[in-house]
Design a binder for this molecule. Structure first.
Ligand code: THU
Length: 157
């Protein structure tokens, strides 16, 4: 038996202002997208902003439903919308994610396992990394350079 260790590298930016101009813009779009969430059940509003290779941005937000499993997270709403509307531009550079709690305060949002799996497949298809920027509590930003870093030993076909 061999015991092995897995480590991931990530960056933590102290605030949105420490990001590059384009990443800051993307995070601001994610924050703005929290306003479009339909989250009457959880009260947790999530916004996601996806930058495509041509520089255009597609946003998504969580959409809930009285039949709870029928809802969808912000991240998948964003990437499914981008894939559906721009099938010829399935080339994604970065995804920013932000949360807003029931009190209206910005808060941390990190992609759930199902979203990681969905995002990973697009990353594998495009053959280059999709960076992920997550807003953290207090306004810092965590950056991973590839969705694969959040999904070790993943399932793929
Ligand atoms: N949610 C997202 O939209 N993205 C995440 O990264 C985590 C959770 C949504 C799903 C649900 O509408 C609400 O947040 C509470 O789980």
């Amino acid at each position: 038996m061999a015991e092995k260790t897995l480590t991931i590298k990530y960056k933590e930016h102290s605030s949105i202002d420490s990001l590059s101009e384009t990443d800051k813009e993307l995070m601001l779009r994610a924050i703005a997208a929290t306003d479009g969430a339909y989250a009457p059940y959880s009260g947790f509003h999530v916004g996601a902003a996806l930058r495509l290779a041509d520089g255009s941005v597609v946003v998504g937000n969580n959409q809930e439903n009285a039949a709870y499993p029928s809802g969808l997270c912000a991240e998948r709403t964003a990437i499914f919308a981008a894939s559906a509307q721009r099938p010829a531009m399935r080339d994604y550079e970065a995804l920013a994610i932000a949360g807003r709690n029931a009190a209206g305060e910005l808060c941390e949002a990190s992609p759930c396992g199902a979203c990681r799996q969905a995002l990973l497949e697009y990353e594998q298809q495009q053959g280059h990394p999709l960076r992920v920027l997550c807003l953290l509590q207090g306004g810092a930003v965590r950056e991973v350079s590839s969705i694969a870093d959040l999904m070790p030993f993943c399932f793929s076909m």
